[in-house]
Design a protein around this ligand. Structure first.
Ligand SMILES: [Zn+2]
Length: 181
C-alpha cells in the first residue's frame, strides 16, 4: 500500500492504520499538526503528514490522489462527500464511518465495481462520533478498507452485531459516472 489518508484527526483510525504497518499516513484536519505530532510519538516508525485544511474547502483531488486508501472519520457530511467524489474520480479505495442513535454505519468501496457513499442511499447523522461507537466505527472502517471489503456494514448500537449489505453502483450516480476506468 502506498500510504493512507485519514479525514479527521481520529486517534483510533490513525492508530489502527499505524499498527497495520501503513506509512505514510496523511491526516486531514484543521488540528492535524498537533495530532500528527502526538501520533508520531506513539508510532515512531510511521510518518504522519498533516494537512491542516477542511477537505471540502481544499483541493480534495490533490490530497487523495495516489493514496492506497482513504478513510473518512470526520463525522462531517461535506468532507465525506468531497472525499467520496475525489476518490471515485481517482480510483482510490474509500471507506467512511458514520454514527447515529441506532448504531454505526461504515461504507467501504474498494474499487470501481462497487457503489459509493452516494449510491448507498443512507443519510448520515451530523456531528462528531460519540464513544463508544465512534472508536469501533473508526477501527471497522480501517479494517474493512485494508481487507478490501465492499458494501455497507451496519452496527447495531444495542447488540454490536454487524450486518453487511452490498452497494451496487447506481446508474444515475454522478460520482460513479465521473470515475476514470
Ligand atoms: Zn456512486
Amino acid at each position: 500500500m502506498t500510504g493512507a489518508i485519514v479525514i479527521g484527526a481520529d486517534p483510533f483510525a490513525c492508530g489502527a492504520l499505524a499498527f497495520a504497518g501503513v506509512t505514510p499516513i496523511g491526516v486531514v484536519d484543521p488540528d492535524a499538526p498537533a495530532a500528527a505530532a502526538r501520533l508520531g510519538l506513539l508510532h515512531p516508525g510511521v510518518l504522519f503528514e498533516p494537512y491542516p485544511v477542511a477537505l471540502a474547502e481544499a483541493h480534495p483531488a490533490a490530497i487523495v490522489g495516489g493514496a492506497g486508501l482513504v478513510v473518512d472519520v470526520s463525522g462531517d457530511e461535506a468532507a465525506r462527500l468531497a472525499a467520496n467524489d475525489a476518490c471515485r474520480v481517482a480510483g482510490v479505495p474509500f471507506t467512511t464511518a458514520a454514527v447515529g442513535e441506532k448504531g454505526a454505519l461504515v461504507l467501504s468501496a474498494p474499487g470501481h465495481a462497487d457503489g459509493c457513499w452516494r449510491c448507498a442511499g443512507v443519510s448520515a447523522p451530523a456531528g462528531q462520533m460519540p464513544a463508544p461507537l465512534g472508536p469501533l466505527a473508526a477501527a471497522l472502517a480501517v479494517a474493512a478498507g485494508l481487507a478490501g471489503t465492499a458494501g455497507v456494514l451496519e452496527v447495531d448500537a444495542a447488540t454490536l452485531a454487524v450486518a453487511r449489505r452490498a452497494v451496487p453502483p447506481l446508474p444515475d450516480c454522478a460520482a460513479c459516472a465521473a470515475q476514470s476506468s
